[in-house]
Design a protein around this ligand. Structure first.
Ligand SMILES: [Zn+2]
Length: 414
């Protein structure tokens, strides 16, 4: 046990602090949207550090950065570790950034320990994980793994009409290196939990077994807008009433599937949305999440039935359109076991858990054995300037990443 190399907690924390200066907000968070000048600065800082640590830098045509610490056998597929440097607007200092800098700390710690590995280790920073400036999220890893075509990704535009491809060129990160997604030995991503469980239960490490599936719907209810004074209640086709009943129904559908189910109405819009007019139309979102696809099927069926019933009862027309369908992800069981074993080896408390959010690792898991490591974050707050972690939490995640990456980098059997 004592021979296990360890992350340098202070260096990791210092690096996090320095990175936080780029795009820092007065409230202590950071705004560093993908492919902005600030994102370019963050990339430059990371690349500079990686070079100092002896890495070779490659950048693919979508701007994903790969910093390679060469192994003894460069011909073998590498182990890929990392996350993303972009943030939400008024976002936090750790979502994604921690995963990239902890991966960099793995390289630095291996250098300190003068440990060579059989396979190369590549620290990766994926482009546009957040999907705040360009939709959809997890775009860099999605293009890399073939979920989206390169042309699709490059031709997306932001609110100002700027093409992603142009933004990428402007900051100097339109690379020309072709890195094959098909020859990666294993992938690992460490990330803050973005939920309250680990902190509440005082657990150091989340051993992530997979990610929830997600389905999102856009629902329209159409009635008749009418004068609020002259139209008796019985003669109304009131979309606001249909909306209210639908929100209740969505919660019921969630509760019926137990603790692991999530059911959310997060967006609503009434028209004409005027205090003295009966609403003639309602548009709202419904989002379901669960680890089992067939539970999502059951929830969807219940939703269609409930909305039909509500529309009939309230004399409304209705339409339900499914606009997102992400299947649940199960990470490679041997990779999950490895993360658990490594947490044990470093004597951290741990718990198996499912990710409630999407991550680059979800797409990576399509092309290579993949797992994720979670660390706690204060009050589970994320995508927020108040996002906070402590140095010892950061250290624990980096140590588990280090141990697991080292094991995979020395695993020369196919
Ligand atoms: Zn993230």
């Amino acid at each position: 046990m004592s021979q296990s190399p360890r992350a340098n907690a202070e260096r990791l924390w210092q690096s996090l602090r320095s990175m936080s200066d780029i795009g820092a907000t007065p409230a202590g968070g950071v705004t560093r949207l993908t492919l902005t000048k600030l994102d370019g600065e963050a990339r430059d800082l990371f690349v500079g550090w990686a070079k100092e640590a002896g890495c070779t830098i490659r950048i693919d045509p979508f701007g994903n950065i790969f910093a390679r610490r060469e192994g003894r056998r460069p011909d073998l597929p590498p182990v890929v570790i990392g996350s993303h440097l972009d943030t939400q607007p008024a976002g936090g200092n750790y979502d994604g950034v921690y995963g990239v800098l902890a991966a960099l700390e793995v390289v630095r710690a291996l250098n300190d320990a003068q440990l060579d590995t059989e396979r190369s280790i590549e620290v990766v920073s994926w482009t546009n994980e957040e999907g705040a400036r360009f939709q959809p999220p997890m775009l860099g890893s999605g293009v890399f793994t073939g979920v989206f075509s390169l042309d699709f990704g490059l031709s997306l535009t932001d609110k100002e009409g700027i093409r992603l491809g142009d933004a990428l060129s402007d900051i100097g990160y339109a690379g020309t290196d072709h890195i094959a997604a098909t020859s990666i030995h294993a992938a690992l991503e460490v990330h803050i939990e973005q939920g309250p469980v680990l902190e509440k239960e005082a657990i150091d490490i989340g051993v992530v077994t997979g990610a929830q599936g997600q389905r999102r719907y856009e629902i329209q209810l159409t009635g008749q807008s009418a004068h609020a004074g002259t139209t008796p209640l019985d003669y109304r086709a009131d979309a606001a009433l249909g909306l209210a009943r639908s929100i209740e129904a969505v919660r019921r559908i969630g509760i019926a599937q137990g603790e692991a189910a999530r059911a959310t109405v997060g967006y609503v819009s009434l028209s004409p949305n005027s205090p003295n007019v009966v609403a003639g139309g309602a548009v709202f979102s419904v989002e379901f999440r669960h680890v089992e696809n067939n539970t999502l099927d059951i929830m969807e069926e219940a939703l269609l039935k409930e909305i039909q019933q509500i529309a009939d009862d309230t004399k409304l027309e209705h339409s339900v359109e499914r606009i997102i369908d992400y299947a649940p992800i199960s990470f490679d069981s041997r990779m999950v076991d490895l993360v658990e074993q490594t947490a044990k080896q470093y004597q951290y408390s741990y718990k198996r858990m499912v990710s409630g959010a999407g991550h680059d690792a979800c797409y990576l898991s399509r092309v290579t054995p993949t797992a994720m490591i979670f660390i706690p974050c204060v009050d589970g707050i994320s995508h927020n300037e108040a996002e906070q972690i402590y140095p010892n939490w950061a250290e624990a995640g980096a140590n588990v990443l280090l141990g697991a990456a080292l094991a995979k980098a020395n695993d020369v059997e196919k």
